[in-house]
Design a protein around this ligand. Structure first.
Ligand code: PBG
Length: 326
């Protein structure tokens, strides 16, 4: 044999030398859940290791994340039912939970990027990302609400707003509203290619935000399809998106790769709640090594083409990477 691929795997030194993909804490964003109160760390049963923080506790965790070199936090507020209505009015409250949380984080840990989610669901009594009228999720009526929500988040200090609602035309509506309000430096991370996925189950438990009726299939993409991802990318590029997000992550690596090849924009992949829960559940049973499977999952997302990875395992991964570097 002349060709022996194993020669390039024969020692740690050669393996390190030819390694193609890197994974650094700076590639990671930690999604976090926040609720009212003080000293709260409320466990989420379907996401072992993940909690809902009160703002004070979140600020201490954010300092740790920053020390570990994590790039940013994506914040998801859990609101009391009394605050929810059909148009998500609370999302505009300058003293609302999310706004106070953003101000606290930017005040105390300014180096950490703060990314806020733009969609009605945490604020909506219907549990949908858009306005519901006669059972239909109405697109164009939702757009001004999303645009105002994004401006309210930028006013609170968000560095990046991340529309996860999948309404048509929302990136344009948000970009225009941000610019008109003077927030030309606030970036838009568009959840451009977001599938109607059952892997979001634990996230909806965490926020108690599941749709009250129906499902999200009239706005989120069909998992059977990939060509329409190209159409979504084209539109979001034209509308001014700064990052293109793909969600979920691991089951959609082909889409991450396709997006990487289709656009020069940075690509983010969201390793979603269900993917995280599967790793934890298998590890709790002694069936998988959580640490190794987490790092491998994240490396695979990077290899497929993701620049940025949103993962509930960001702190764990950053600690593991620091240990490996020692
Ligand atoms: C809400 C939103 C969802 C997620 C992020 N933003 C849920 C949904 O669309 O129902 C899911 C994240 C996860 O599962 O980790 N617009």
């Amino acid at each position: 044999m002349i060709e022996r691929p194993r020669r390039n795997r024969s020692s740690q030194a050669v393996r390190s030398l030819i390694q193609e993909t890197t994974l650094r804490p700076a590639n990671l964003v930690l999604p976090v859940f926040v609720e009212e109160g003080e000293n709260v760390r409320r466990p989420i049963p379907s996401m072992p290791g993940v909690v809902r923080y009160s703002i004070d506790e979140l600020v201490s965790e954010a300092k740790i994340a920053a020390e570990l070199g994590i790039a940013g936090l994506a914040i998801f507020p859990a609101l009391a039912d009394e605050l929810k209505d059909s148009t998500g009015t609370e999302s505009l409250n300058p003293d609302g939970l999310l706004q106070r949380c953003v101000r606290a984080l930017k005040g105390e840990v300014p180096e950490l990027l703060v990314i806020t989610d733009v969609a009605l669901d945490p604020y909506s009594s219907d549990g949908h990302d858009g306005v519901v009228r006669d059972g239909e999720i109405v697109n164009d009526e939702t757009l001004p609400l999303l645009a105002k929500m994004a401006v309210a988040q930028a006013e609170a200090g968000a560095d990046v707003v991340a529309p996860s609602d999948m309404m048509d035309g929302r990136v344009d509506a948000i970009r225009t509203a941000l610019d008109d309000a003077g927030f030309t430096n606030t970036a838009i991370a568009s959840y451009c290619i977001k599938y109607a996925s059952a892997f979001y189950g634990p996230f909806r438990d965490a926020l108690d935000s599941a749709p009250k009726s129906g499902d999200k299939k009239t706005y989120q993409m069909d998992p059977h399809n990939v060509r329409e991802a190209l159409r979504e990318i084209e539109l979001d590029e034209a509308e001014g998106a700064d990052w293109i997000m793909i969600k979920p992550g691991l089951p959609y690596l082909d889409v991450v790769r396709l997006a990487r090849e289709a656009t020069p924009l940075p690509i983010a992949a969201y390793h979603v709640s269900g993917e995280y829960a599967m790793l934890r559940a298998a590890a709790q049973n002694g069936w998988l090594d959580y640490d190794k499977c987490l790092l491998e999952s994240l490396v695979c997302l990077r290899r497929a083409g993701a620049d940025v990875i949103f993962t509930y395992g960001a702190l764990d991964a950053a600690r593991l990477l620091a240990k490996l570097a020692d």
